[in-house]
Design a protein around this ligand. Structure first.
Ligand SMILES: Nc1ncnc2c1ncn2[C@@H]1O[C@H](COP(=O)(O)OP(=O)(O)O)[C@@H](O)[C@H]1O
Ligand SMILES: [Mg+2]
Length: 247
């Protein structure tokens, strides 16, 4: 943008167009001059005002576009900071347990995420027991799992992206199990253990904080549950979350 301003200023400063050696530029300057005159605009005066401006003022004036870009960057940075804070502090926050229907809670979480229609499919066992948990922390668990699935699907540009969420009673009747499965690229064997480690991310430079799964793991463990994953490369990932059923 700044280059454009400099170029324009240089061009207009050649108000005597005959001094230009490029014919089409001469014509352009002549047209601009004629149009300005017709509108009663004094180009010489505008030029003098622009030259008197400090360069950064000039840029701010002209470059609304780059200002919007800056705002975008600031917004993204703020979101990243919030994510980091939530990832680090979320699991440590004082727990406020209540009786939760996983079906309702997860349906709400999915609804808030605004994913395209048809991506998420949910299935729930009819006799699914309630769980006792901190609603906000548990939302963070499923929000992270679904977000990761969606990021993997989008990044790999899967043609018919799917996220299946299935809730059922665990083999052990004292537990409930929720599976979150996608048909994305999967997680290669050699990093399957690392994904749980704080700050491990394969999304470097694209907003990955590497705190999602470590927060998920901590929260599930603190609730007396267990989480694990199964994945074959190219076959997507299935995360299994097992939580104690309410007595
Ligand atoms: N559904 C998924 N499909 C493919 N890779 C995944 C999936 N979920 C997690 N991962 C991998 O695990 C890594 C760590 O995830 P996470 O802790 O949430 O951090 P982040 O999402 O910020 O990278 C990701 O960078 C990605 O490589
Ligand atoms: Mg994540």
């Amino acid at each position: 943008m700044r280059e454009d301003v400099r170029y324009l200023t240089a061009l207009l400063s050649q108000l005597d167009e005959s001094a230009l050696d490029n014919v089409s530029l001469q014509a352009a300057v002549r047209t601009v001059k004629e149009e300005a005159e017709a509108l009663g605009i004094d180009l010489k005066q505008i030029l003098a005002e622009m030259s008197a401006m400090k360069p950064n003022r000039l840029q701010a004036l002209v470059s609304v576009e780059s200002l919007m870009e800056d705002l975008d960057i600031a917004e993204n940075s703020a979101n990243t900071i919030l994510e980091i804070k939530e990832g680090l502090i979320g699991p440590a926050r004082q727990r406020n347990d209540e009786t939760i229907s996983l079906k309702e809670m997860i349906a709400g979480t999915v609804g808030n995420m605004g994913l395209p229609d048809g991506v998420v499919e949910m299935g729930w066992a009819e006799d699914l027991p309630m769980v006792r948990a901190d609603a906000r922390q548990l939302e963070q668990v499923f929000d992270n799992l679904i977000k990761n699935a969606w990021e993997a699907l989008s990044h790999a540009q899967v043609s018919a992206p799917k996220i299946y969420i299935v809730g059922a009673r665990d083999e052990d009747p004292n537990f409930v199990q929720v599976m979150v499965k996608d048909n994305g690229p999967g997680i290669p064997k050699e990093i399957q253990e690392k994904v749980w480690v704080s700050f491990f991310t394969t999304k470097g430079g694209k907003g990955g904080t590497g705190l999602g799964l470590s927060a998920v793991l901590q929260i599930v463990n603190q609730h007396g549950g267990r989480i694990w994953l199964e994945s074959g490369t190219g076959k997507g990932v299935a995360f299994f979350v097992r939580l104690p059923a309410e007595k």
